[in-house]
Write a new protein. Structure first.
Lengths: 254, 267
């Protein structure tokens, strides 16, 4: 871990140092670029006046609320479609017609219906988060070891207990992978909505910095968004190993 | 000895069958797997089904479990037609690794059968402990299946089936994947469990020695489509013994007869 990750850091650090030296040597004047040292200073400044923290709170609130709603809807439909072939065939055309719509294309409608603010952003994020969870949880339920379903039948487990005690635990490791995917998508979509139109959060912060001709601050936001995305993924991977270490392993071999 | 005599009486007499196949035919995907199978299993009998691979012995067991429905004919349990699995019938699958819930401990796996039966949680703990002791797994309640050997996992599956308090125990090559020593130990344990509970057993195996050692009666199936080719009564004294029973002249005679039958079906 340590030796390898140290090696992996060598190249990016070298590029940053080279860029810093080049920017200083050429007295860089740009609307889109800034030397790393100035980006770091701008990031400190944004932390000092709390502006970046407020923006982070707004973006994460919208992203997580949308993620929670989208995951719940996706999971309910995914499990239902996975269990019932009839329902799946009935809904197939509908799902395949709605799914390819880019979530961001809903922006104009959502804007008219809901106006600026959290609600509109949450709805768009939720729409984007439904599909990975729906598709993957449907596949997860389909690929549950058939023997387990036979055990449930032979034990005469009532339908609700079948879902709660067999299907969900058996599919949970793969459902969590879908949740991780959706969490990444939630952050991307939230920031995109903010950049496109919604005047709040980190996306709006980037736009403001750009319009104020502050490339250092703009890039500071960019770096910060990257840090958040990276941290979110690490958090979820650790949670996945903690929660499903054992079950995830047996799920892979099945 | 006395119980063996009683068992034999039950076989030769014609008491009401607990499980009865009546002209059962099963067609799956256009292929006839079982054809016109008629078979009665009286209460308390230990019936073994043998046959070459692909002869439909596992399918016959699934019909008895109610997991398959016959295309024509019927399967009766205690005189009533079976349309779905019943709680009085427990099935032990060969692939214990797939039949156990990997996210539940040994106790949790046994508990599943009790939960399905609606036993209140206050009573479960004591019952689970008792069942695990019965199958020789005391002190393993907190272990996950992945932490147990194959033999232990199969014991655990048997404990879960016993939790159903079955009248009929169906076993599908339960020891096929275990080593010889573990297998012999489990054979004797199943015999004593069955003797204690009085359950009817249908035991599918490809091991002819195992069938003779365990059974009151053996049925050999012919393949393509599956049908009865031979039926043998096992007149060996109980309780059976791994050494003396296997040296008994009757054991050797039946062994010869069964081997000849299987050899003939494979040609």
């Amino acid at each position: 871990m340590t030796a390898n990750s140290a090696k992996a850091l060598v190249l990016p650090l070298a590029v940053l140092v080279a860029f810093e030296i080049w920017a200083r040597a050429t007295h860089l004047q740009s609307d889109s670029l800034a030397p790393p040292s100035e980006i770091v200073m701008a990031l400190f400044g944004a932390f000092a006046d709390l502006s970046i923290l407020a923006a982070t709170r707004d973006t994460l609130f919208s992203a997580f609320a949308g993620l929670a709603i989208g995951t719940t809807i996706g999971l309910a439909f995914g499990i239902a479609f996975g269990i019932s072939d009839t329902l799946d065939r009935l809904m197939e055309v509908t799902v395949e017609a709605i799914r390819p719509i880019p979530s961001i294309a809903l922006l104009p409608i959502a804007l008219i219906a809901l106006g600026f603010g959290y609600r509109m952003e949450i709805v768009i994020v939720a729409f984007a988060c439904v599909w990975p969870v729906l598709i993957l949880s449907r596949a997860a339920v389909r690929s549950i070891e058939p023997r387990l379903m036979e055990v449930a039948r032979a034990l005469r487990l009532p339908p609700a207990q079948r879902v709660w005690k067999i299907i969900i635990p058996a599919a949970l490791p793969r459902i969590f992978v879908a949740f991780r995917l959706s969490a990444g998508i939630a952050l991307i979509v939230a920031v995109t909505v903010e950049i496109a139109i919604n005047p709040l959060g980190l996306g709006a912060g980037i736009m403001l910095a750009q319009q104020a001709l502050r490339p250092d601050l703009m890039l500071a936001y960019l770096v910060w968004i990257g840090v958040i995305g990276y941290a979110l993924n690490i958090l979820l991977v650790v949670a996945q190993i903690r929660l499903f270490g054992r079950a995830a392993l047996s799920g892979d071999s099945a | 000895m006395a119980s063996a005599a009683k068992r034999l009486e039950a076989v030769s007499g014609t008491p009401a069958s607990q499980i009865a196949f009546d002209g059962v035919t099963l067609v799956l995907g256009g292929k006839t797997i079982i054809e016109n199978l008629s078979l009665g299993v009286p209460p308390g009998e230990f019936l073994c089904i043998v046959g070459a691979s692909g002869c439909g012995k596992t399918t016959a067991l699934r019909l008895a479990a109610g997991l398959y429905q016959p295309t024509s004919g019927k399967v009766n349990f205690d005189g009533q037609p079976m349309h779905e699995p019943r709680r009085e019938i427990a099935i032990v699958f060969q692939d214990y690794g797939k039949a156990l819930l990997p996210w539940r401990t040994a106790a949790g796996n046994v508990s599943l059968a009790l939960e399905a039966g609606g036993m209140p949680s206050a009573e479960r703990l004591a019952r689970i402990e008792e069942l695990l002791r019965t199958v020789g797994l005391p002190g393993h309640a907190g272990k996950y299946p992945s932490e147990m050997s194959g033999g232990m996992q199969q014991r655990l599956q048997i404990a879960r089936c016993l939790a159903q308090e079955p009248k009929t125990l169906l076993m599908d090559e339960p020891f096929g994947a275990l080593d010889a020593m573990t297998r012999q130990g489990l054979q004797d344990e199943v015999l004593s469990l069955v003797a204690a509970s009085g359950a009817t057993v249908i035991f599918v195996t490809h091991d002819l020695d195992e069938a003779i050692y365990l059974g009151d009666r053996i049925i050999g199936l012919l393949p393509h489509p599956g049908r009865i080719g031979i039926e043998l009564s096992v007149n060996l004294p109980r309780p059976r013994d791994q050494l003396s029973t296997r040296e008994h002249p009757e054991f050797l005679r039946l062994r010869r007869q069964l081997f000849d039958f299987i050899k003939a079906t494979e040609q």
